[in-house]
Write a protein that binds this ligand. Structure first.
Ligand code: KIV
Ligand code: ZN
Length: 395
């Protein structure tokens, strides 16, 4: 497989890493509607679950495999025969399936958690990657805690996993410890050192403990990876995973620095994010990049004035590019005259200069007590101004 291609494979793990985070668990019907939405969004791979973890996980994986036919459906498995068999069973109905098997490779995980030696670790990887290949030609191996693993040992692991049939090698930053320049160099070094690295696609899977998951994922692409593992709204263990919508839009908006593409249908990003929020009853942070309620909202008068003259002054992408509602000039205490007049005009109320001055004053005063001011407030204020009453309307 060539590392020169500019196509980035999007591996969505909302239904596995995302779903295993506190507060985000989904029942089978919810997982199915999310999987359908991810299919429509255009993700390449849906990681549907970790079948050995629970019968519900196995059932959800099976249902997704049965109903969602275009993307590859992946199931997670530790490097253990039972896990691999359970994953294979759940994936049986899939049109295209991937077994994703993992084992930690850092000395810390090997000694403190697994209590095995490096040689035992290597042996389990070799055995179980080849076992997984009995069920499908599409096998991904992940070296958990890769970024804190001994580099020479990690290179041995990667080489052995590829030799025994892994077609994707994922090197996760499991604890969100990496920083971008280090992440780029990490992948470039391993891809350069492992003799059979051209036989696999390299993948990144970053956690957001330091808020660097997206930056690290982009750096990993620069270092040679061609698959990114990510989730809608960045949900996932602890601080979450790299956010799908942020990676995809960074690649799209900054083609000059990041000349790669994905198959994501970006106008569906907002509704997919909203669907996840609805299914899990977890709100999206209002200032969340790309899909937050405020991501395209402007309240400051100077910004509103700029936006009304040319939206490129304060927006680097159009709301429609990600499916957000357009024209979000929020009226409040920071608004400017230009936006107030434009909103009134939009409501069919053309104001004289004098009326505008009074309406603007009333909006700013009302904004002292209110978070935002709606169309009905504007109508009431204009009515009062025109009837000669004091413009202030109780907040
Ligand atoms: O964070 C991690 O290391 C994982 C692996 C199981 C891929 O989620
Ligand atoms: Zn993870």
């Amino acid at each position: 497989m060539s590392h020169d291609s500019t196509r980035i494979v999007v591996f969505d793990t909302t239904l596995r890493d995302g779903e295993q985070a506190p507060g985000f668990s989904m029942d089978v019907p919810s997982k199915l509607s999310m999987a359908r939405a991810l299919d429509a969004l255009g993700v390449d791979i849906i990681e549907a679950g970790f079948p050995i973890a629970s019968p519900a996980d196995a059932e959800a994986t099976r249902q997704v495999a049965l109903e969602v036919r275009r993307p590859v459906i992946a199931a997670l498995a530790r490097c253990r025969p039972k896990d691999i068999e359970e994953a294979a069973r759940a994936l049986e109905p899939a049109e295209r399936k991937r077994i994703h098997t993992f084992l930690a490779t850092s000395d810390l995980h090997l000694s403190a958690k697994l209590r095995i030696t490096r040689e035992q670790c290597l042996e389990a990887i070799v055995d179980n990657v080849s076992r997984a290949r009995n069920f499908t030609d599409d096998v991904e191996f992940s070296a958990e805690d890769a970024t804190r693993s001994d580099r020479d040992f990690l290179c041995r692991v990667v080489e052995a996993a590829i030799k025994n049939g892994a077609t994707t090698i994922n090197l996760p930053d499991t604890v969100g410890y990496g920083v971008p320049d280090e992440t780029r160099a990490f992948f470039a070094d391993i891809i350069g050192r492992v003799p059979n690295s051209d036989k696999a696609i390299f993948s990144t899977h970053c956690h957001d403990d330091l808020g660097l998951a997206v930056a690290n994922s982009l750096a990993a692409i620069d270092g040679g990876v061609r698959q990114v593992e990510c989730t809608i709204n960045g949900i996932g263990e602890r601080a979450g995973n790299a956010s799908l919508e942020e990676i995809v839009m960074a690649l799209r908006v900054r083609q000059d620095r990041l000349p790669y593409d994905t198959a994501i249908n970006t106008p569906l990003l907002f509704e997919t994010s909203q669907l996840l929020s609805k299914l899990t009853s977890e709100p999206v942070q209002s200032n969340k990049a790309i899909v937050g309620r405020n991501a395209f909202a402007h309240e400051a008068g100077i910004h509103q004035d700029g936006m009304l003259k040319d939206s490129r002054t304060y927006e680097i992408m159009r709301p429609a590019d990600v499916g957000q509602p357009s024209n979000q000039l929020v009226l409040g205490r920071h608004s400017g005259r230009h936006a107030v007049g434009q909103r009134a005009e939009h409501l069919g109320l053309t104001l004289t200069q004098d009326e505008l001055a009074q309406v603007y004053h009333a909006v700013v005063t009302m904004g002292e007590h209110r978070k935002s001011i709606g169309d009905n407030d504007i109508r009431r204020i204009v009515e009062r101004v025109r009837s000669g009453q004091t413009a202030e309307v109780a907040g």
